[in-house]
Design a protein around this ligand. Structure first.
Ligand code: ADP
Length: 458
């Protein structure tokens, strides 16, 4: 603010995936990787193999979803299926599920000669948006009436590098199961196209909601950051780094406005095209990369790998943007922007910050520590008193392992109000700390309020 902004405050820009380097850049700006500057050194390697399930048994899948899956299987193997789809087969890799004793979450990956069979199963509706490599269309399962979002990618047009990114995304999505991570229901693949059947997020992108509201209240922001922290803690716990967290990649499945006229958003983290699974644990690291103990660096001995911390920084940018409607750093050129980011000085001078608690500002400072080793972790964020105040009191004192929480972190302003998580928004938190929040303060109208979804990419 005050500084000349890059177009659209940095929000309106679409990230273009660079097929050569797996990085992203704004569509109208050069790929970051093509310049000498690298924002965040990434120490992770992308896993393009089918990853094993990290989730729980799929007993929670709604009946209609199960029906959808069964229907596909039926259609795939029944004798009366048109000949075009008669050679549907599962990918061999689908048999390789499971790691250790982790239960499986099977996502059918079905190969077809062409897309005709898909048209038999789904009625395609409006276009929800256009991505870097394909289009996302609303579709209704003819048998069950369930609505889905189907991402359709033309493999030839997208090119082999883009298809690799897509496969990477699919493999990671197949392996995760979390309330605030987009659910991949199934995949269809023809020689020319790939169809990803995903849960539909009817309320669109968080970015669009922010645009309409200009900025969110502290509570509205807290609830979003709770869900986001839960999703990212889950990913990091499973050695997955998202690497492209931003407002555009947070979709809103549903929402309601509570009795205090505050919006409760059920968010889903999407777009795992740049996500990566870290390989090996400390043993592998010590054996393979590090050589003679005499020469070993302390971080190697301690197995400190901060590559996942880039997601935490992004959560900081998201939180700052939600609270004041502007990203924390913006400049007239990419070079200047990078300079500001490297300095990492947060400004709270806009009048909007006057009503924001010191506690929230302290969280922002912890999320946006320039040194990733000093940055709060996703797990620590979940335990932070701004996120889960009751749990914090019980576990007191919970402080970042890497730093003492600064003095700002001890107070809550009067503007801070806490809530129990509504049923639809409960994630991992429910199992642990937030449950103890139940009945804390706010009352909610359970009536869903559909948000007008203005944004429709042509
Ligand atoms: P990108 O290639 O930029 O990652 P996607 O292809 O994943 O984007 O999605 C393109 C657009 O489609 C998004 O910007 C979003 O508006 C819409 N979209 C994607 N996934 C969903 C979904 N599950 N539900 C509703 N809309 C979606």
């Amino acid at each position: 603010m005050g500084v000349q902004k890059m177009a659209d405050s940095g929000f309106g820009k679409k990230t273009a995936k660079c097929p050569n380097c797996s990085s992203t850049s704004q569509k109208d700006a050069p790929c970051v990787s093509s310049s000498k500057t690298r924002l965040i050194p990434v120490l992770v390697a992308a896993d393009t193999s089918d990853t094993s399930s990290l989730g729980e048994p799929d007993s929670s899948i709604p009946l209609e979803r199960k029906k959808d899956q069964q229907l596909i299987k039926y259609k795939a193997f029944a004798k009366d299926v048109p000949s075009k789809s008669s050679n549907i087969e599962k990918k061999p890799s689908q048999q390789q599920w499971g790691r250790g004793n982790v239960s499986e979450v099977k996502v059918p990956h079905i190969r077809l000669d062409d897309g005709a069979a898909i048209q038999e199963i789904y009625t395609f509706g409006k276009i929800l948006g256009k991505g870097s490599f394909g289009v996302v269309i609303e579709a209704i399962n003819k048998e069950t009436g369930t609505k889905w979002a189907i991402k359709k990618v033309n493999k030839e047009k997208a090119g082999s590098s883009a298809v690799k990114l897509l496969e990477q995304e699919v493999n990671i999505l197949k392996s995760v199961k979390h309330e605030h991570i987009i659910h991949l229901e199934q995949v269809f693949e023809t020689p020319k196209k790939m169809y990803l059947v995903m849960e539909l997020c009817e309320d669109g992108e968080l970015r669009e909601i922010l645009k309409r509201k200009e900025h969110l209240s502290e509570n509205e922001t807290r609830w979003i950051i709770q869900s986001l922290a839960s999703a990212i803690a889950y990913l990091h716990n499973n050695d997955i780094v998202h690497r492209d967290l931003k407002l555009e990649n947070i979709m809103v499945k549903s929402s309601f406005t509570d009795a205090n006229n505050e919006m409760n958003l059920n968010i889903k983290v999407t777009d795992f095209g740049l996500a990566a699974k870290k390989h090996g644990g400390s043993e592998a690291m010590l054996q393979s990369a590090c050589g003679t103990p005499t020469y070993m660096a302390p971080e190697v001995i301690n197995d400190h790998d901060y590559s996942q911390q880039c997601d935490i920084w992004s959560i900081g940018v998201i939180m700052y943007s939600l609270l004041c409607g502007e990203p924390p750093f913006s400049a007239s050129s990419e070079e200047k922007l990078f300079e500001l980011i490297r300095k990492g000085e947060l400004h709270f001078s806009d009048p909007v910050w006057e009503s924001i608690s010191d506690c929230a500002k302290s969280v922002l400072k912890q999320l946006m520590k320039v040194d990733p080793a000093h940055r709060i972790t996703a797990k620590e964020l979940l335990d932070n008193q701004w996120i889960t105040p009751t749990a914090h009191k019980k576990k007191f004192p919970v402080k970042s392992k890497k730093e003492n929480v600064d003095s700002l972190d001890t107070g809550n302003s009067n503007s801070t109000r806490y809530r129990p998580l509504p049923a639809g928004l409960k994630g991992e938190l429910e199992k642990s700390s937030v449950a103890s929040n139940q009945g804390a303060t706010a009352k909610y109208s359970t009536k869903p309020t559909a948000l007008p979804r203005t944004k429709k990419k042509p």
